[in-house]
Design a protein around this ligand. Structure first.
Ligand SMILES: *[C@@H]1O[C@H](CO)[C@@H](O)[C@H](O)[C@H]1NC(C)=O
Ligand SMILES: *[C@@H]1O[C@H](CO)[C@@H](O)[C@H](O)[C@H]1NC(C)=O
Length: 430
């Protein structure tokens, strides 16, 4: 087994087109944990919905440049046989047959792939027009040239997280077992550091199967936090894109985005690690068993010269959430100054019916709901719906006294006022 993998161990950098296309932006997609349900069921109805949803989004944005396939490409035991295995056709080529998805799929292996012949997945790169998996770990760049002549480059280092952290066993959630590939991890880490250190890209992402952070049942990955995070901080990476937990999440830390996009064929696992202190607080967005927004999903990344925004989609392509832009590396060292915190005052078991109400249900806690309100011009109050952990923001111009008299007793709600003296709303005389 090990020796068949050795062939794949030469780290590769996929070279960039020297004449990048002219455009003002570039969109790419990411999925994880998408690979069917076994040799007798190489695809599933939900996975097909998701592939169709990806195609629809790709078409709607005028085409995507490429797709990241972040592992667990072939459930449950990877590829049985060689690169002629029929799963490549039934589970990949036929699956992503939408005309707008005829682009490179940059793949990496997940734990389920490591039960089978990963070398066959690497070898399949030479058999397919779209499948790109040149080595167990590798880097690649994709660029575009703005009409003003600025070349905007996004670089990726795709890592083999089984080599990094060991083998995940689905019956023993959150626990990783030793795997022989870990003997090669020092080599992989050298490749990672050399690539990050040499990068001049505007955006620099690390990809892999196991995530840095996750609220779901597998949870954050210790070895990635201890080994990869310090390098990402040192070389000002843009973030990490991974799967493994069949959920989605957006965590933000140190100007970096940590994207969990593991709902390729199924959602959702239980958010057993929502309060795990190894995660950087609560996610800004989450989709999991307690925040069930779709039966599967994927992410899209829109890259411009000014920033990369991340959208989370359900299996039909519907947008569930749009992130704040990840700034290019040249400017990420100087985050825009944050306004001073406002004077929040919360009333338990009260609900206010004043002002325009908009539902921002994806904010996972009352504090994040308040922070969201702080970022919305004219937002003066929130209603927090306790049983559903649901955020409603109130935008309008009315004084605190009116807010206070609008409060009605309701044990399912808390209502908070943002602090009248510190915001520039028009005081209405009543
Ligand atoms: C694994 O795949 C490679 C490449 O297709 C092939 O050469 C090798 O024989 C396969 N190994 C097994 C055990 O099937
Ligand atoms: C980028 O675009 C500008 C303006 O359209 C053009 O002059 C320049 O040659 C392009 N560069 C590349 C590498 O394509």
């Amino acid at each position: 087994m090990l020796c068949s993998i050795c062939l794949a161990l030469v780290p590769v950098s996929v070279s960039t087109d020297p004449f990048p296309p002219t455009a003002e932006s570039m969109v790419f997609l990411a999925i994880g944990d998408w690979g069917g349900s076994g040799d007798s069921a190489p695809t599933t109805p939900t996975e097909r919905d998701n592939a169709q949803g990806m195609g629809n989004v790709a078409e709607a944005v005028g085409g995507v440049r490429f797709v990241l396939a972040q592992g667990d490409n072939f459930y449950f035991h990877g590829i049985n046989g060689n690169d002629q295995c029929p799963r490549f056709k039934s589970g990949f080529e036929d699956e992503f047959n939408h005309p707008a998805l005829q682009v490179n799929f940059y793949a990496i292996a997940g734990n389920h792939d490591h039960y089978g012949n990963v070398t066959a997945q690497v070898a399949y790169t030479h058999d397919s027009k779209r499948w790109v998996f040149p080595s167990l770990w590798y880097s690649f760049s994709e660029s575009f040239n703005t009409s003003a002549g600025k070349i905007v480059t996004t670089e990726f280092v795709q890592l083999d997280t089984v080599t990094l952290a060991g083998m995940s066993d689905d019956d023993d959630l959150g626990v990783l077992h030793p795997h022989p590939m870990q003997a090669y991890n020092a080599e992989q880490m050298r490749f990672l550091e050399q690539t990050l250190a040499a990068s001049t890209a505007d955006y620099l992402w690390v990809g892999g199967h196991y995530p840095m952070y996750s609220q779901c049942q597998h949870g954050p990955t210790d070895e990635i936090i201890s080994q990869v995070l310090p390098l990402m901080q040192k070389y000002k990476a843009s973030g990490m894109i991974a799967g493994h937990d069949h959920c989605m999440a957006h965590y933000v830390e140190d100007n970096m985005a940590f994207v969990l996009t593991g709902a390729g064929k199924q959602c959702c696992y239980h958010p057993a690690n929502i309060n795990n202190g190894k995660n950087p607080g609560q996610p800004a967005f989450r989709m999991d068993r307690d925040r069930f927004l779709g039966t599967a999903g994927f992410t899209s990344f829109t890259v411009t010269e000014a920033g990369t925004t991340i959208k989370y989609h359900d299996q039909h392509g519907k947008e569930l959430y749009t992130s704040e832009a990840v700034k290019p590396r040249s400017t990420s060292g100087t985050p825009s100054p944050t306004p001073p915190p406002r004077n929040w005052e919360c009333y338990s078991d009260r609900k206010s019916n004043l002002g325009g109400d908009s539902d921002a249900y994806w904010f996972a806690s009352q504090d994040l709901c308040k922070a969201h309100c702080d970022s919305i011009p004219g937002c003066v109050a929130i209603n927090w719906h306790k049983p559903y952990q649901h955020c409603h923001i109130k935008v309008g111009s009315f004084p605190e006294s009116v807010f206070k008299t609008s409060l009605q007793r309701d044990t399912n709600w808390n209502s908070c006022w943002a602090g009248a003296s510190q915001i520039g709303y028009t005081q209405t005389v009543v």
